[in-house]
Ligand binder design. Structure first.
Ligand code: ADP
Ligand code: TRP
Length: 327
């Protein structure tokens, strides 16, 4: 199975990113091909500060490696280190019908809010299709919000193949990540950088405690029974705890006499236990930036080799020379 996914370096990763995506990337590593990349070209559609982007890319690589992405089992690289992907984007763009992109949600949302969109945002799904098709990917683990883009990818591959040859591009399957992992943020809504309600993965214990203490709860008095299932603190706790631990805390909610502060404490302890080792690994990796760069470059070399072979196939299929001239 050839697995591929990408994640945008648009800010520090948070619990939603981990439970909704990164954890599954790690579970899927070790496949025949496990390619994961930092989608820096996509991030250019939102980040216009070079220093900020550079920092985010470096942080993303550190976070992913610290969380358990293993360069022996997976290929980690920066999207922009494989420039062939932009070439394939153009080739795909020539067969992309406008209506397909007009219905894509990132563009549609912006337009409906009266904000002018750039061509980069409009054609974002084509770059994503190129990301997937350039590695002959079979399986693309994504969250619910990206499913539409996989469908666009399949449409484009199908249209391309019907024009230029059935075996040219491999149609990917989507692999929708655990929908139950819609992680709530500190306000109880979906955790997202755009809502300012995130719990970052790598916070100092002190800051983490402060953020957890801010999670919105209702005003049920301490002595009254509480419903764990409607409480964001409990929903988050479930992500970390064993079924038995979950049952224990749920029983304490229902029994009354427990304040939300105690539940928050249990959440804090569980998070520290889960991410403590990653925290240390991250600090250690941060002290070896050259090694991290080597990992990214080795990953890019591997990815690029595959990408070049696929682009040659595509260039030939549509009547171009297989390879550009070398200089
Ligand atoms: P954000 O909404 O913070 O900008 P992204 O859109 O960059 O996050 O998401 C990167 C990945 O993390 C995607 O695969 C997305 O589905 C997943 N993800 C983000 N937030 C959550 C969440 N609250 N619950 C589950 N998965 C999430
Ligand atoms: N658009 C994806 C997101 O915002 C990131 C991404 C870019 C991606 N290219 C991809 C994901 C290819 C899967 C496959 O989350």
């Amino acid at each position: 199975m050839k697995v591929l996914s990408g994640i945008q370096p648009t800010g520090r990763f948070h619990w939603g990113n981990y439970f909704g995506a990164i954890r599954q990337y790690i579970e899927l590593q070790g496949n025949e091909q496990s390619f994961y990349f930092i989608a820096d070209l996509h991030a250019l559609t939102t980040i216009r500060d070079a220093g900020e982007l550079r920092q985010n890319i470096a942080d993303s690589a550190l976070d992913l490696l610290a969380l358990g992405l293993d360069p022996e089992q997976a290929t980690l690289f920066r999207q922009s280190d494989v420039p062939e992907v932009t070439e394939l984007t153009w080739l795909l763009m020539t067969i992309t019908q406008m209506h397909l992109l007009e219905k894509c949600h990132a563009y549609k949302d912006k337009k409906s809010r009266g904000i002018a969109a750039d061509a980069g945002l409009f054609t974002y799904p084509v770059l994503m299709a190129a990301d997937i098709l350039i590695y002959d990917s079979d399986l693309v683990p994504v969250g619910q919000d990206q499913v539409q883009h996989i469908e666009v990818t399949r449409d484009l591959a199908q249209r391309f193949n019907s024009l230029y040859g059935e075996d040219c591009l491999v149609l990917p399957e989507k692999h929708v990540l655990d929908a139950s992992a819609k992680v709530p943020g500190t306000d109880g809504e979906k955790m997202s950088k755009s809502y300012g309600n995130t719990i970052p993965l790598f916070e100092t214990p002190k800051r983490l405690k402060k953020i957890i203490n801010k999670i919105k709860t209702d005003s049920t008095p301490v002595e009254d029974p509480k419903d764990p299932e409607t409480c964001a603190v409990f929903t988050l706790y479930k992500l970390f705890a064993s079924p038995q631990q979950q049952e224990e805390l749920a029983a304490r909610y229902r029994a009354g006499g427990m304040g939300y502060g105690e539940a928050k404490n249990a959440l804090y302890e569980a998070a520290m236990e889960q991410f403590g080792a990653a925290f240390e690994r991250r600090a250690e990796l941060e002290s070896r930036p050259d090694d991290v760069e080597d990992i990214l470059q080795a990953g890019a070399r591997q990815a690029r080799q595959k990408a070049q072979a696929v682009v040659e196939r595509v260039r030939s299929a549509c009547g171009l020379t297989a390879r550009p001239v070398m200089v």
